[in-house]
Design a protein around this ligand. Structure first.
Ligand code: IMP
Ligand code: MG
Length: 185
């Protein structure tokens, strides 16, 4: 695992910051005066959530939910495991789920479905930093999207490859040699 794996920067820190300003403005306007709980999905949304929430001057509550949906490789497994048994108490509150990336949609669909079935929220919306341009395995779209992206594997700004690179301040591609399935090099 070395920096030799890293490919080009797709989104640098100033570009991300400018987009978060706009996104935070939209979210603030929509939830003004409403009881809002932000549900940050761990670990991928940590950096996005920290930067976005500090731009939203509302009396919101923050909860976190640990899920495992990606088991180390470059392709989503489709199976979603909740790492804690309970859900936060969001009865009578609007929920905004924050995640790093909308890929197959399996993770966010499973979380939204469980919240609606078990937690009696007033509403559930979804905000993601990144949305991959590809067909989804689940019929789910995000209400707030930072950036649309081709179907490439990216790291940084919270996103990892086998646990690494979450702390990069920018979003970068992995080196193309690593992204190709079946590559023998
Ligand atoms: P899903 O396929 O939409 O369920 O996405 C599941 C999770 O896969 C996301 O929350 C990310 O943690 C991870 N993921 C999907 N695409 C990428 C990527 O390009 N880089 C890093 N993680 C990714
Ligand atoms: Mg991940």
């Amino acid at each position: 695992m070395s920096a030799a794996e890293l490919g080009p920067t797709l989104l640098d820190a100033p570009t991300i910051a400018a987009r978060l300003d706009a996104l935070a403005g939209e979210i603030t306007a929509f939830y003004e005066g409403k009881p809002l709980t932000v549900l940050a999905i761990l670990n991928g949304s940590l950096v996005f959530a920290a930067d976005l929430l500090r731009r939203i001057p509302l009396a919101l509550r923050l909860e976190c939910l640990g899920v495992a949906s990606y088991h180390g490789g470059l392709a989503s497994s489709g199976a979603v495991t909740f790492l804690q048994s309970g859900l936060p108490d969001v009865a009578g509150r609007h929920v905004l789920i924050l995640d790093d990336i909308l890929d197959t949609g399996c993770t966010l669909a499973a979380i939204r479905q469980r919240l609606l079935a078990e937690a009696a929220p007033l509403s559930v919306r979804v905000a993601v930093l990144l949305r991959k341009n590809k067909p989804r395995a689940q019929p789910l779209d995000a209400d707030y999207v930072g950036f649309d992206l081709d179907d490439v594997f990216v790291v940084g700004y919270g996103l990892d490859h086998q646990g690494h690179y979450r702390n990069l301040p920018e979003v970068r591609m992995l080196d193309s040699k690593i992204r190709k399935p079946g590559n023998q090099e």
